[in-house]
Design a protein around this ligand. Sequence first.
Ligand SMILES: [Zn+2]
Length: 119
Amino acid sequence: MSRPLQRFTGSCHCGAVRFAITSDFPELTQCDCSMCRRRSATMVKVHESAFELLAGGEALSEYQFHTRTARHFFCKVCGIYPFHRKRVTPDFYGVNVACLDDFDPTGIPLRQAVGAAMP
Ligand SMILES: [Zn+2]
């Protein structure tokens, strides 16, 4: 099911980090890698050209592990994970859709990504 391109703003819980993305939301993903399994986030993939950091760059903390290619960001103040830089496709962001304002995931396919099986 194809959806129109839509722009959504989003934020962490305390509001220090604010961002916006534009996507037609072809699918959402959950991932079983050691990181995603723990944070249990549902994500959408957007190219960096469709991602805008509106505020809070200084509030972001960065966590890296394993190959240290993916860059996982979280808010230093409230601890929420809003987005990360992806490992296999580093010019893309994975964005936590639960952080988006007024986002309704109804009807968008959910895919299980197999991060745990990546070398
Ligand atoms: Zn925060």
